[in-house]
Design a protein around this ligand. Structure first.
Ligand SMILES: Cc1cc2nc3c(=O)[nH]c(=O)nc-3n(C[C@H](O)[C@H](O)[C@H](O)COP(=O)(O)OP(=O)(O)OC[C@H]3O[C@@H](n4cnc5c(N)ncnc54)[C@H](O)[C@@H]3O)c2cc1C
Length: 411
């Protein structure tokens, strides 16, 4: 749509949070526009067809805490089939490279680590999660590797209070046509201005003045949903400045997780929805989902500083690393059977600059600071503002709905 010159409510960002806010305001009687820098909606929720028979969720893929996930009901309403196959994260197909006895030992060690961290969190004091690793435990690197997938970061940068606040019901489902595709369908009715990069939110006057790459508009109220790294780096600025928001965003940086999709020749040799993990004694390693939904492909997942190094090495590095790791487990034949299709580069994406937020040690309280409204006119949503479902798509969506409720109450 063309950019209106005035609206009641401007929502910045058309990811899950912005779309959640816009949908919640649709019968409010307020005029609304969602200003989105990209040429598409969904933000960190993005599904592509990597090949005609291969669906690739480049960002979020799992409906975490699915029994409490608001996108589950939305999927049903929009006729998106939900797949309830259990995730294979704790398995290892063929027992290759990581035999069952070792795996059970590892599971014991990681469960004990989480128990210690949870116990320590009860004191009310915060600390780095890495301090609760058992000194010298042989599985510490691998526990750290799992943190790079879950938090996008190694444990020394993760707050135990924040870890403890996260609500994981351990039920995880998927959407057959893709989580990003579901988000796009959910957001389709929203009033959108795409390719509209917001650079300044000037709240010094009676109305809020918003500068964008498509011109200027004024709004009575604004809901900001952009990722924390963009607020922290002041890629989007406020006038007067909001140092408390910038500080809170800096305490909640986006960690990094990246995905790669490989097409697989002779897929029937591998189990549907299987799992493979490379070296078991390193933090720098990938995790591989074999034939998701039975499709002829393998999806690789990398996190933390290893993902960052692979992104920095340039396009194709994630695929090359994946093929090396898979060939070392399943045999050199797989070098011929696997071909790169697509990979993410979330750290280099200027409108994300990372994957999902975690709180630095001592900064778990920053989520509430970031979420708090300013002067009854500026409201904040986005996954990082969620008290218990941060880092997720449904946490983001629900936070948008929460901010929309605050706007309505402040009328
Ligand atoms: C690889 C990966 C895997 C993931 N896996 C899962 C998973 O399995 N399950 C899960 O629940 N979550 C997962 N997530 C996290 C989930 O995708 C995010 O938490 C969620 O989508 C964030 O939504 P949001 O609305 O807060 O932010 P975003 O989706 O980032 O939306 C913000 C929007 O703001 C726009 N924007 C930025 N700057 C500006 C500007 N200046 N002007 C205008 N617009 C701007 C952006 O383009 C974007 O569209 C994953 C993320 C990644 C990257």
């Amino acid at each position: 749509m063309s950019l209106p010159s005035e609206v009641d409510v401007a929502i910045i960002g058309a990811g899950a949070a912005g779309l959640g806010a816009a949908r919640a305001l649709e019968n409010s009687g307020l005029s609304v526009v969602v200003l989105e820098a990209r040429h598409r909606i969904g933000g960190r929720g993005y599904t592509i067809m990597a090949a005609p028979d291969i669906t690739f969720d480049v960002g979020c893929g799992w409906l975490h805490s699915a029994d409490k996930n608001s996108f589950a009901a939305i999927a049903e309403r929009l006729n998106f089939e939900i797949d309830k196959t259990r995730p294979p994260w704790r398995q290892q197909s063929f027992d290759t490279g990581f035999p069952l006895a070792e795996r059970l030992d590892f599971i014991k060690a990681i469960d004990a680590f989480y128990d210690r961290a949870e116990e320590a969190a009860k004191s009310g004091r915060d600390s780095a999660a890495s301090l609760h690793l058992e000194p010298g435990n042989r599985w510490n690197q691998m526990i750290d590797a799992i943190s790079t997938y879950i938090n996008g970061s190694e444990l020394d940068r993760v707050s135990i209070q924040d870890m403890d606040a996260y609500e994981d019901t351990e039920i995880n489902w998927r959407v057959r046509r893709g989580y990003g595709a579901l988000m796009a369908a959910y957001g389709a009715p929203c009033p959108l201005a795409l390719d509209c990069n917001v650079t300044l939110i000037d709240h010094s006057g009676k109305r809020v003045r918003i500068e964008t790459s498509r011109g200027m508009l004024s709004a009575g109220k604004v809901i900001v949903t952009v990722p924390t790294n963009l607020i922290a780096d002041e890629a989007i600025r406020f006038h007067p400045a909001l140092p408390a928001k910038v500080d809170a965003a800096r305490g909640l940086p986006l960690g990094l997780a990246d995905k790669v999709m490989l097409t697989l020749d002779q897929p029937d040799a591998l189990p549907k929805d299987g799992n493979l993990r490379g070296a078991t004694m390193r933090t720098a390693m990938g995790s591989f989902h074999l034939r998701p939904f039975g499709e002829p492909c393998i999806e690789g997942y990398f996190g933390g500083s290893f993902a960052r190094a692979l992104e920095d090495a340039g396009s194709g590095a994630l695929a090359a690393q994946s093929i090396d790791e898979i060939a070392s487990l399943l045999g050199n034949d797989y070098r011929r059977k696997l071909k790169p299709l697509a990979e993410s580069r979330w750290a280099h994406d200027p409108f994300a600059c990372g994957s999902y937020s975690h709180a630095l040690p001592g900064h778990a309280g920053d989520r509430a600071i970031l979420a708090a409204p300013v002067d009854g006119r500026l409201f904040f949503a986005g996954e990082a503002t969620s008290a218990n479902f941060f880092s997720t798509a449904h946490g983001a969506r629900d936070s948008g709905e929460r901010a929309a409720g605050e706007v309505i109450l402040s009328k």
